[in-house]
Design a protein around this ligand. Structure first.
Ligand code: 13P
Length: 248
């Protein structure tokens, strides 16, 4: 029922020209893949790369959106502006945004509601820091993020949750398969408790953090995992394609 999804998060990498070259390499490699595949590219590349993606099965994603529709918010980009460029997904609350740009569950909530209102599917990132993991706060951190970050969302088929432990991002470290399975099932159960069974069933939940071609298949085969959010490996065409194909 839930279509698998693999999203590449390019972060602050690739100029327009480099992005075009990367897409040219990725596109033939992922043809016929069963997973929905999204490229979340830098803001400056959204328009040209969106044009370049037309006619392909790759979808366009952004890496943030402001909650207001317009106004005095220097440096920010609105959902209307993204929508105009054909953006279908937007990453929200990434740990790097929370760490370096002071975003929190409340700002993520406002941005999430704005994205949904304008028909852009948010990929809402939640996860625990190493300190929180060691002090056994993971459950509480995730519950708070789901309660405060997704409050007011009515239809979870339009929302994606990405579980990204801070300590697994860009480190080559991943939780064990058992740990991923337990935490992602916990996230699905918690969505059920907070927002109802139907929403828990329809929400796609991704795993992110050091996913690579050797671990993707076993991670994606876990019952409640609907795909992945990929950082470093999304910049390497062969690796990204293998990861996309692992999501069935
Ligand atoms: P890596 O895949 O490089 O660990 O990054 C994960 C990530 O932050 C995706 O949003």
């Amino acid at each position: 029922m839930r279509k698998p999804l693999v999203a590449g998060n390019w972060k602050m990498n690739k100029t327009v020209q480099e992005g075009i070259e990367l897409i040219n390499e990725i596109r033939p490699l992922v043809e016929g893949a069963s997973a929905e595949t999204v490229l979340c590219v830098p803001s400056t590349s959204l328009y040209p790369l969106g044009q370049h993606l037309q006619g392909s099965n790759l979808k366009l994603g952004a890496q943030n959106v402001h909650h207001a529709e317009f106004g005095a918010y220097t440096g920010e980009i609105s959902a209307l502006m993204l929508k105009e460029l054909g953006v279908e997904y937007v990453i929200l609350g990434h740990s790097e945004r929370r760490t370096f740009f002071a975003e929190n569950n409340h700002s993520v909530n406002k941005r999430t509601l704005t994205a949904v209102k304008h028909g852009i599917k948010p990929i809402v990132c939640i996860g625990e820091t190493l300190y929180e993991k060691k002090s056994e706060q993971t459950g509480q951190v995730l519950t708070t993020a789901l309660r405060d970050g997704l409050e007011g969302v009515e239809d979870f088929s339009q929302v994606v949750v990405a579980y990204e432990p801070y300590w697994a991002i860009g480190t080559g470290k991943t939780p064990t398969l058992d740990q991923i399975a337990i935490v992602i099932s916990f996230i699905r159960d918690t969505i059920g408790q907070l927002y109802g069974e139907k929403n828990s069933e329809s929400c796609r939940i991704l795993y992110g953090g050091s996913v690579n071609p050797s671990n993707a298949e076993e991670i994606f085969s876990l019952l409640d995992v609907d795909g992945g959010l990929i950082g470093g490996a999304s910049l390497k065409p062969q690796q990204f394609a293998e990861i996309v194909k692992a999501a069935k």
